[in-house]
Ligand binder design. Sequence first.
Ligand code: ZN
Ligand code: ZN
Length: 367
Amino acid sequence: MKTKASVLYEYKQPLVIEELDLDGPKQGEVLVEIKAAGLCHTDLSIMHGVYTVPPTPCVIGHEGAGIVREVGPGVEKFKVGDHVVGIWVPSCGQCYYCQRNQPYLCVQRDLTRAGTMLDGTTRLTKDGKPIYNMTGLGTFKQFTVVAQQSLLRIEDSIPFEVAALTGCGVITGVGAVLNTADVEPGSSVAVLGIGGVGVNVIQGAVLAAATKIIAIDLLDSKLEHAAKLGATHTINASKENAQEKVMEITGGIGVDYAFDVVGGSKGSEITLGLIRRGGNAVIIAVPSIEQKAVVPLTEFVITEKKLIGCYYGSSNLNSDMQTLLDLYKMGRLKVEELISDRYSLDDINQGFDDLIAGKNMRGVVIM
Ligand SMILES: [Zn+2]
Ligand SMILES: [Zn+2]
């Protein structure tokens, strides 16, 4: 069959909207009609060549929800018509990590990160040449074929755009607080970078009953958004010294938990500087392979600070997704409120221009 798609041929160039050939689902695979797909900073990092997986040409997009249109042989978990959300780490349920309740570290993620199906081939081609998929999903197209391990069933009443965002930014941000850091009630929390994930760290801190929630960003518009979602203090780091201000708010002690959602060497160094003795700095933003942090090792011994990595919110993807969507239905987790702009697939490059300019809080492509 054919599918309309946006294709990344060259780094730092606009995506090309065109028709591709899509083979049907093979063993254990599912054909999904994508209904909504979120624009995320990680997509931008691939467009800009910061990460070079998957190889080009590829279809990016790793947040998406839609409807099952066909199932391949051996698929028992899904049937035609099911509503599903994509997860960007397939979880096989069998490997060392899946068996230990760490499905986000599943060994199969190495295969999908390389841009292919689990059997190492692609279902997507243009003039007979392979087109790769980001994280086994490639959601910026109308139809996609994915491994059944990369999908979760959602209730029909959940809007597709809500499920799409929950599948990345929400589960990562909230999970960083509830799973990775395990923030206790009454804690103080600082969040560096109020983007698509950072706002959900704020929401996670509210759910964890943190009592000081400090949002740090360079843009007032993002800080206002953070305050609406529950931040108790905001710091515009272009106008104020974030570390001094955090010390002032915490009576000179530092926060119990700081989350780096900016990334890079600077982000982790700043985050370590915000926490108290014995505090936890959590790195969520995915750095490029070259980025290194230079930190005094005494920080880890003399003051017993902890630097923790967080991937996919350390989530049990299946049960945590259900919990988050239940919290959304209860009104305790805002998801629609995170969406500022909706784009058609034809306008996807505009969406990324807006993301770069900091204009959209969260953009979604509606198919
Ligand atoms: Zn994302
Ligand atoms: Zn596994």
